[in-house]
Write a protein that binds this ligand. Structure first.
Ligand SMILES: Nc1nc2c(ncn2[C@@H]2O[C@H](COP(=O)(O)OP(=O)(O)OP(=O)(O)O)[C@@H](O)[C@H]2O)c(=O)[nH]1
Ligand SMILES: [Mg+2]
Length: 362
């Protein structure tokens, strides 16, 4: 299987990789409507909803695009006292916090919100906190700007500190604005860097193995290269066994599972083109001329009168090693370009999907 296909498989497997999901945790008073909002976002009755307290009793995760919505039980109930709740559900592990409330904010709510904001600032990566006022239909006759100002003044916060959204689960209002917030640019950084971290990590592990094999291929050829001198490289007093280099480069490409077919669709990238050119005799001659020119020309000039079998053999060995190492570097770079191109394509696709989702909702 070609390298591109292997990287594509890694991409496809991301949806089965827990670490690749950004987690949006729903935190709030019992009965505030956390589970109802999650159902509203998912457009299905996935989470259990009901009157009374402790309807949700365990953290439950629901896949939502490249995220997981995490439905947490309410805090401050007989079952989950405020401090126990934090210990049991470790909210600090999540990437985004949606703080849901309905009606008046209690002292516990203010404390919890302060805690969430603290978690959000302490990991060295952005972790947004969204405030969501549910039961929007109760506010139908009120001036929402007043309500908004009251909430911020009660919390001693501003819109800049935490954005506030109004949602109404009964008549399904306000979901679009909330979704937009999840998909916007600031938030994108969170899910994108998570996915990239997992994807690049796995691809690099794959490349490590390829590199080991490629280095073995170089080791296998360089001794022979020291002994066989055949095609003279114009402008340099050395001869190399061209077939041997062709063979070594082909083995290196094989070690990386890079083939012409794989690379043809990336042909505009200079490094990828170079990998292909070096698969030809002209390419190899050019590389050797450059490598020998760069690295050995001084030595060669110094020893010109002495160029004999022994020295030429040493030179052939070194030159082959150098050329092999250079070719490995090129293959690595080509592989990285392929990774970047695949990731970019995938992110674009997700972006289009999320735009489509928003359009559909609108
Ligand atoms: N009128 C009205 N009722 C709502 C709204 N949102 C939720 N409810 C109802 O409020 C009750 C509690 O909703 P849940 O979604 O279960 O609340 P929760 O925050 O998940 O509760 P716990 O899991 O116990 O912490 C249910 O009966 C819902 O149908 C809303 O916007 N308007
Ligand atoms: Mg619930």
């Amino acid at each position: 299987m070609g390298l591109e296909k292997e990287f594509k498989e890694i991409l496809e497997e991301l949806s089965a990789t827990e670490d690749a999901y950004a987690k949006i945790a729903f935190v709030g008073q019992p009965g505030a409507g956390k589970s109802s909002i999650i159902n509203g976002l998912l457009c299905e009755k996935a989470a259990e909803v009901g009157q009374g307290t402790d309807i949700t009793r365990e953290a439950a995760e629901y896949t939502y695009s490249f995220n997981r919505l995490v439905d947490l039980p309410g805090y401050g109930t007989d079952m989950f006292r405020f401090e126990d709740w934090k210990e049991k559900f470790s909210p600090e592990q999540y990437d985004v916090f949606v703080f849901v409330f309905s009606g008046k904010l209690t002292e516990d709510d203010s404390r919890m919100l302060a805690d969430l904001r603290e978690y959000a600032s302490c990991l060295g990566r952005p972790r947004p906190v969204f405030l969501v006022r549910n039961h929007g239909e109760e506010l139908e006759k009120e001036d929402l700007e007043h309500v908004r100002a009251d909430i911020y003044s009660h919390l001693g916060l501003t819109e800049e500190d935490v954005p506030l959204y109004f949602v109404d689960c009964r008549y399904k209002k306000g979901f679009l604005e909330l979704e937009r917030a999840f998909f916007d640019m600031d938030y994108r950084q969170i899910w994108q860097s998570r996915i990239e971290g997992v994807f690049y990590g796995k691809c690099m592990q794959r490349l490590e193995k390829c590199k080991k094999k490629a280095e073995e291929a170089v080791d296998g050829h360089k001794v022979a290269a020291g002994l066989n001198g055949a095609n003279p490289i114009p402008g340099l007093d050395i001869g190399v066994d061209m077939a041997l280099y062709m063979d070594m480069f082909s083995d290196i490409r094989k070690a990386y599972h890079i083939d012409d077919k794989d690379l043809s669709r990336y042909s505009l990238m200079p490094i990828v083109r170079q990998v292909l050119e070096l698969a030809t005799k002209n390419g190899i001659t050019l590389l050797l001329k450059n490598s020998a020119g760069k690295v050995f020309v001084q030595k060669i000039t110094k020893y010109i009168p002495l160029i004999g079998t022994a020295f030429a053999a040493g030179l052939g060995y070194k030159l082959c090693e150098y050329a092999g190492e250079e070719y490995i570097k090129d293959c690595e770079q080509a592989a990285e370009k392929i990774m970047d191109a695949l990731m970019e394509e995938q992110i674009k696709k997700w972006e289009d999907d999320s735009q489509l989702l928003l359009l559909k909702e609108a």
